[in-house]
Design a protein around this ligand. Structure first.
Ligand code: CP
Length: 314
């Protein structure tokens, strides 16, 4: 399928074939990353602004490296050092960036819908790098890319997402990507953080952690999003770790080839034992590596790239 979108705002508005186009294009860029010269001219002459209004390590650095590898001009916008501090609005900020000929804005923002709003008020392409508890589309794309690299497919796999689902943009984007590609998604965690209403998204909800782990081909652990919780949703971190954390006893009940994933940042000893996070079965750092190829693919496609076959010519 040929990609035609100018923005990447969410997974919700993507067709399964569009997700597969991103994954196939990312595969081609991963191959480019194995060449002695890793840089391609695809975005030469284009300006990309990284507008991160919320903290980030992996997503911000990965986008910046992807832009460098694609030969773009890059502006890293620091909210703390900007006129946001003087009360300038997001719309005015973005229009000023556009007046400086920004072609693309990669935005992370604490407000759900901020990228969608920007896409309506500016001409530049907008890429969502995480908006509130709404969506984190490139995280989901790199997660399904990583699963497909290991399992060879997504359809028919049993994927368990365990943790704070209610406040998680990663969970929402993953549920959408995985169900569109035919996976069976199970959500698990405390009932306050994993309400049954999530079943409306086409997944299963259980609060029995051992059952959720037992049949899974993939275990994706999520951290507690303290920064988004407006009230205490469970008694304490120690109790959470005891009842829902991935420890060796629980892992022993999983399939021997179950993949262990986490978008980061990890809270060691809470949602995952430290030595499991660092162990042979963990794909946590491989996810970060794959994020580079996936973000190169997204930037390439929103810039008018048609798909994986075009990458070879770059
Ligand atoms: N996974 C993720 O979004 O990490 P950062 O917040 O560090 O970007």
């Amino acid at each position: 399928m040929t990609w035609t979108k100018k923005h990447l705002l969410d997974i919700e508005s993507l067709e399964a074939d569009e997700i597969l186009t991103v994954l196939d294009t990312a595969r081609a860029f991963k191959t480019v990353g194995e060449r002695p010269i890793k840089k391609v001219p695809a975005l030469r002459g284009k300006t990309v602004v990284n507008l991160f209004v919320e903290p980030s390590t992996r997503t911000r650095i990965s986008f910046e490296l992807a832009e460098q590898r694609l030969s773009a001009d890059i502006i890293n916008f620091s909210a703390e050092a900007s006129s946001f501090k003087k009360g300038e609005t997001l719309k005015d900020t973005a229009r000023n960036l556009e007046a400086l000929n920004a072609d693309f804005i990669v935005i992370r923002h604490g407000a759900s819908g901020a990228p969608h709003f920007l896409s309506r008020v500016i001409q530049a392409g907008v890429i969502n790098a995480g908006d509130g508890a709404h969506e984190h589309p490139t995280q989901a794309l790199l997660d399904v890319f990583t699963i497909r690299e290991h399992k060879g497919r997504i359809a028919g796999l049993n994927v368990t997402i365990l943790g704070d689902i209610l406040y998680s943009r990663v969970a929402r984007s993953n549920i959408r990507a995985l169900t569109k590609l035919g996976a069976n998604v199970t959500l698990c965690g405390p009932s306050t953080l994993v309400p049954k209403t999530f079943e409306q998204m086409g997944c299963r909800v259980t609060h029995d952690v051992d059952e959720a782990i037992r049949g899974a081909d993939v275990l994706n652990l999520l951290r507690i999003q303290h920064e988004r919780q407006r009230k205490t949703m469970f008694p304490g971190i120690g109790e959470y770790a005891q009842l829902f954390g991935l420890n060796h006893a629980r892992l022993a009940r999983a399939k021997p080839d179950a993949l262990i994933m986490h978008p980061g940042p990890i809270n060691r000893g809470v949602e995952i034992d430290s030595d499991i996070a660092d162990g042979d079965r963990s794909l946590i750092l491989e996810q970060v590596t794959n994020g580079l190829a996936v973000r190169m693919a997204v930037l390439f496609l929103v810039n008018g790239g048609k798909g994986p076959r075009e990458v070879a010519g770059n």
